[in-house]
Design a protein around this ligand. Structure first.
Ligand code: WTA
Length: 658
């Protein structure tokens, strides 16, 4: 079993103390009757109508699930709806115009509140502006914006006119933006002049300009003026100012375009086994039903709540659980700009306190940082408004789990450890907080209606406690429909490994390894593919390696994950140079700069080790597992299968010299 991220079978997360959901929570939980598991089992797939019932449909669907063309599954076919209408208009009609939709916490105390009515106006005006630029249904609009309200506004404006959006995380580089726009054939871009991080102003427009230079297509661009005088910019040809455009279409409304349930709502690029990012395609009906349902059942969100997922909308977590899930339910969603430790390490708790946040959702990497900073920061604030806590993105070990439970939740809030992926669209594994016992370290059982199986190479379920591949055996509404423009790769990456097309038995391979216990609780161990999950972000080793080998003088490289003292995964690069010589500081610098420009600062190696050669098998394959063990100071297994076993000692001594 290959496991690259250091949570492998040899390093399991120790079991923590199990806990029952706090009684005060259970009394008011959206879901509290364990019968829901049986009900979903007995009525599968019709059980998923419960999720669809949370939405308003223009045209009722005829069929819950069509599987004739599996694994190209189709959900709620025949139904039509509009995602923006579901997230905005219907709440106005329900008399909730003045209810807060988005509360934005910008840097330096900059704050904005959008009621559902305000959001309606903004989205309509911008939808009208996009239409005027020529955007039509099915045109892919790329959005390259940081955490400012114009980001969800632009997404919803696209949804309103039936144009799929492709949001590219603002921290990615110009090259990464260009690759994604090119792959999606996207000729429209929404970006901004720049934004603040840790008090510094970053120039975003120059990255967007560089990306556009690399593209053949003419790109019509809308620029949000975020920084004003602080970063003056000029608009070029085919570029418009967001605010001017809104003004021009002030007060205009655009009828929401009724979309087929299976029409694409958005595209989200993510890392896969090869260097090319994968364009994960999400549907309108199934996706929205699944995110709304899980926001209600797993995160226990109610319309009256103030709910905060402290992720970035540039990744799937923000799409599903900052924008679509909470807004579909008509709740107040908080979004914040900046970082948790600026201006001080109590930034998040100050926001929870001031907004009386009911439900808070974050990632283990953040929780480990909070733990390291110490409880004095949350102690400065009143966190008693909190009712439920969530975590997502990587495994959480019992110590940070306990810390979160005690110091943030005051031992009164259940924690949901939610396992899901860009591809699953919404949560698939988690306890239901009003029902299930919590076992720190284990995400939980599959949600009702979801079927998880941990299997060996041959696809046979492993025994409880044994490590295997985490697979999903039945389709689910929020699942990806395909990879953009690449049905073949979709089949290859997710289905071929464990499916038997002959018998029509399809099984989704998640790319994760896991164990499962007697109660069906899944403990996720790590990735099996060439993906590093660094600080909860998915990066492809191939993509980083190709940026490294682009540097003059570099012959070969191998990138692995290394767990640091805090438990965060860092990027560790082994590099051999042409005509081996100890490379100097300039090569080191060039490698960092190249990775930054090809992908973004988040992918820069924390450490680079130069070596005359990389360890290889006799067939010439780089032994990554071994390199990972070296990086993590692990015992090395048998190296006799290597063509160049002597290199291992050299790499080790090079490492200890550093
Ligand atoms: C990992 C983020 C353990 C896993 C929503 C998965 C987790 C990858 C958990 C997807 C969790 C996510 N416990 N591991 N609760 N949640 N992961 O696509 O390896 O950015 O395959 O989606 O994150 O990352 P992605």
């Amino acid at each position: 079993m290959v496991d690259r991220n250091g949570w492998g079978a040899d390093r399991p997360i120790p079991a923590g103390t199990s806990r029952d959901p706090p009684a005060r929570f259970v009394e008011q939980a959206n879901v509290f009757d364990p019968a829901i598991y049986d009900e979903f089992e007995e009525r599968w797939p019709e059980c998923w109508e419960r999720a669809a019932a949370l939405l308003s449909w223009n045209e009722e669907y005829d069929t819950v699930l069509e599987d004739e063309d599996a694994p190209f599954y189709r959900w709620f076919t025949g139904g039509t709806l509009n995602a923006a209408e579901n997230c905005i208009d219907r709440h106005l009609e329900a008399g909730r115009k003045t209810h807060t939709a988005i509360r934005w916490e910008g840097k330096h105390g900059d704050r904005r509140t959008y009621t559902y009515r305000d959001l309606y106006v903004a989205v309509n005006e911008f939808a009208a502006a996009l239409r005027d630029l020529g955007v039509e249904a099915d045109d892919v609009v790329t959005i390259y914006l940081p955490m400012i309200p114009e980001l969800p506004i632009a997404m919803l404006a696209c949804a309103r006119i039936g144009a799929p959006h492709s949001v590219v995380f603002a921290g990615l580089s110009a090259d990464a933006l260009a690759t994604r726009m090119d792959a999606a054939g996207s000729e429209y871009l929404v970006t901004c002049d720049g934004y603040y991080r840790r008090g510094d102003a970053f120039n975003q427009k120059s990255k967007a300009d560089n990306a556009k230079l690399a593209l053949e297509a003419d790109v019509r661009t809308v620029v949000v003026d975020r920084l004003g005088e602080e970063l003056p910019h000029v608009l070029g040809e085919d570029e418009w100012d967001y605010h001017d455009r809104r003004e021009e279409f002030s007060g205009e409304t655009v009828d929401p375009v009724a979309r087929d349930a299976e029409d694409m709502l958005f595209l989200m690029y993510t890392s896969g086994t090869t260097g090319d990012p994968k364009g994960v395609v999400h549907s309108t009906g199934g996706y929205l039903a699944h995110v709304a349902w899980t926001t209600r059942t797993v995160l226990d969100v109610e319309p009256a709540d103030t709910y905060w997922c402290a992720a970035d909308i540039g990744w799937i977590t923000g799409h599903s659980y900052i924008v679509y899930g909470p807004l579909a339910l008509g709740t107040t969603t908080v979004m914040y700009e900046g970082t948790p430790d600026y201006p001080d390490r109590d930034r998040l708790w100050e926001i929870v306190d001031r907004n009386a946040v009911d439900v808070f959702y974050t990632a283990p990497t953040a929780i480990r940082a909070f733990m390291k900073w110490g409880e004095e920061y949350p102690e400065r604030h009143d966190l008693s408004s909190l009712r439920l806590l969530g975590t997502v993105g990587e495994p959480i070990s019992p110590r940070p789990w306990d810390w979160y439970y005690t110091h943030i939740g005051g031992e009164e809030c259940p924690i949901v450890d939610t396992w899901w992926q860009t591809e699953t669209g919404a949560v698939t594994i988690s306890t239901l907080p009003g029902i299930g016992e919590m076992k720190p370290g284990a995400a939980g059982p599959a949600l009702p209606g979801i079927d998880v199986s941990v299997v060996d190479e041959s696809g046979a379920p492993v025994d409880p406690g044994e490590t295997g591949y985490l697979t999903l055996t039945r389709p689910w509404p929020g699942m990806l429909r395909t990879l953009y423009d690449s049905d073949g790769r979709f089949l290859e990456e997710y289905w071929m490994q464990f499916s038997d097309p002959g018998t029509g038995e399809w099984r989704y391979a998640s790319g994760d390894t896991a164990t499962v216990d007697e109660d069906g609780y899944v403990t996720v161990l790590g990735r099996v593919d060439d993906v590093i999950n660094a600080a909860g972000r998915r990066l492809s080793t191939m993509e980083i390696e190709s940026a490294i080998t682009d540097v003059d003088g570099v012959a070969e490289s191998a990138v692995v994950g290394r767990a640091n003292d805090r438990g965060d995964t860092e990027i560790y690069a082994y590099v051999s140079t042409e005509g081996w010589s100890e490379a100097g500081a300039d090569v080191r610098e060039a490698i960092g700069a190249n990775v930054e420009s090809a992908i973004g600062p988040i992918a820069k190696p924390h450490e680079i080790v130069f070596t005359p050669e990389l360890p290889k098998t006799r067939s010439g394959k780089i032994m990554r597992r071994l390199l990972e063990d070296i990086a993590n100071d692990e015992e090395l297994g048998d190296t006799s299968a290597l063509r160049n076993p002597e290199i291992v000692g050299e790499i080790r001594s090079e490492r200890s010299n550093r």
